[in-house]
Design a protein around this ligand. Structure first.
Ligand code: NAD
Length: 492
């Protein structure tokens, strides 16, 4: 049975983060007759989603949210004609943001679970196992308050067999009531979230092989079919679907570690990792994507998903599989460590009395997500050498977010920030003034194209890394204020 006869009028998306917010917005945009309510316990985040200053920065996100959240009349009233012309004049708002989780769950025909699933920090499996507390909490709320038959969709990345855990929670609270559970992993990348959601390579929908499972999957597929070609919507088994997200991230991260391992060999020979990446990328069996040597992967997903995969493999009695994927993480750490030690070596093996500037804190361009930044690992190693200061500039990350991430160093090094050695500043010139070294740690074009750092005299382009952006080490010009760095983008 594949035909859907499950009417979906109201969707509740639990979790208004990097996945929940954009995903709900795009579903609402393309399904104007369905009410989509995004709920979160975080009042500040919900307030921001309701405002003109959204809590996350993604190219194109504002337009999508404005149309779905405010409707055509409001978009026109504000004079936003570029977007207004493209939308149906009769379009009513159908995207809402709220902290009223329970009230929204009660109305919902479908709940998208988009809560955070970080790595456990303490207890059994600490550092590797997935912390399921937020997901369990959301499921308990659904179990206690949802209408019978409400469809539960795992959008969060979860260990394989989480669907069974969800069913167990539902059964414990509402014995005998059917709540179909689907797995619909999200493959968006931060920085290109809207493009990825609008034109996905594939939409994976995993369901159990039961009539209610197939009906629920068809109902979800119908939502996507409003803008995604049916040929890209892949129905698969629920366990395959859960595992395919971990596998996808593990394979992507593995490519980065693979090319980085080659870059280490390049550094000790006269080979150039850029030339190698280009040459091997021309082989269609390998392909050119994700072959850029650099600081390694960061962000909130790759590390935690590989950790989750290794923990899963180990708990299934497969230590060899766990060790295989663990090596991807080891190589990533090695790369950061190597880079930081190059910086130290290029500054005569001492950072005493020296100032370091860091351009780009987030793990890549076009995101303001400060979580799991490679910069943090680099800073940690540099701090061991007692530099006079480390000054950070990022075009999008808020100072508060960077500080929250850095606070772990306050404890580790018993330093007090903001007065202490690590500072966050709001323009690149201030960051670079009087620095002994400028480290470009994210691939923003404004940094990559900023020749001034390399052209004025005296400049020593440090021959420390294999030449790959985004991790060149550039010694600073004597008077950086005279240099013209490309104008930073105005933060949204
Ligand atoms: P996030 O931390 O930005 O957002 C999660 C939100 O859920 C938070 O705002 C939190 O307050 C809220 N929340 C937690 N428990 C709740 C509850 N019981 N009720 C209401 N709200 C609750 O996380 P994210 O980056 O959006 O990631 C969410 C999931 O998607 C994770 O499993 C992640 O692995 C996965 N994922 C993330 C990305 C990405 O690029 N960030 C991409 C694909 C998949």
């Amino acid at each position: 049975e594949t035909a859907s006869n499950v009417p979906i009028r109201t969707i509740c998306c639990i979790g208004a983060g990097y996945v929940g917010g954009p995903t709900a917005a795009v579903i609402a945009l393309h399904n104007p007759h369905i009410r989509v309510v995004v709920v979160d316990r975080d009042q500040g985040r919900i307030d921001a989603w309701k405002s003109r200053h959204l809590p996350i920065h993604e190219p194109g996100l504002e337009d999508v949210v404005r149309i779905a959240r405010d409707g055509a009349a409001e978009v026109r009233r504000r004079g936003d004609s570029a977007t207004g012309e493209a939308i149906d004049a009769a379009r009513q708002p159908n995207l809402f943001f709220s902290t009223a989780c329970i009230a929204t769950i009660k109305e919902a025909d479908m709940c998208l679970i988009s809560v955070n699933t970080p790595t456990k920090t303490r207890g059994v499996g600490a550092g590797r196992a997935t912390d399921m507390a937020a997901l369990e909490g959301a499921c308990r709320d659904i179990a206690m308050h949802a209408k019978a038959g409400c469809i539960l969709v795992e959008k969060s990345t979860v260990p394989c067999k989480t669907g069974q855990l969800i069913k167990d929670i539902m059964e414990a609270h509402r014995p005998g009531v059917v709540f179909p559970v689907l797995s619909n992993p999200e493959f968006l990348s931060e920085g290109t979230a809207i493009r990825d959601l609008m034109q996905p390579d594939r939409v994976v929908i995993g369901c159990e092989s039961t009539i209610s499972g197939h009906r629920a999957a068809a109902a979800l597929a119908n939502l996507y079919a409003a803008w995604v070609p049916r040929s890209r919507i892949a129905p698969i088994g629920i366990w395959s679907s859960e595992l395919c997200k971990l596998a996808a991230n593990a394979m992507l991260a593995q490519r980065i570690s693979s090319i980085n391992s080659i870059s280490a060999i390049c550094e000790r020979t006269d080979a150039d990792v850029g030339e190698i990446a280009k040459s091997i990328g021309l082989d269609p069996r390998i392909g050119p994507q994700f072959l850029k040597a650099g600081l390694g992967f960061g962000g909130s997903c790759f590390r935690k998903d590989i950790a989750s995969l290794t923990y899963l493999a180990e708990s299934l009695g497969l230590p060899e599989v766990a060790a295989y994927w663990q090596q991807v993480l080891t190589m990533n750490d090695f790369q950061r460590d190597r880079f930081a030690r190059h910086v130290i070596a290029s500054l005569n093996n001492s950072l005493r009395g020296k100032k370091i500037a860091i351009l780009g804190y987030a793990f890549k361009k076009n995101t303001g997500d400060a979580r799991e930044s490679p910069a943090l690992d680099v800073i940690r190693i540099l701090l061991e050498e007692g530099p006079k200061s480390i000054t950070i500039y990022d075009p999008l990350c808020s100072e508060a977010d960077i500080r929250r991430e850095l606070s772990v160093l306050e404890r580790e090094y018993a330093v007090s920030m903001p007065d202490g050695p690590v500072r966050v500043v709001s323009d690149p010139y201030t960051a670079c003034t009087d620095s002994n070294a400028v480290l470009i740690l994210a691939d923003w074009d404004m940094f990559k194209n900023s020749k001034p750092f390399t052209s004025s005299k005296p400049v020593t382009m440090a021959e420390t890394y294999d030449g790959a952006t985004p991790t060149d080490i550039l010694h600073l010009t004597p008077n950086p204020k005279r240099a013209t760095i490309n104008k930073p983008p105005t933060p949204p």
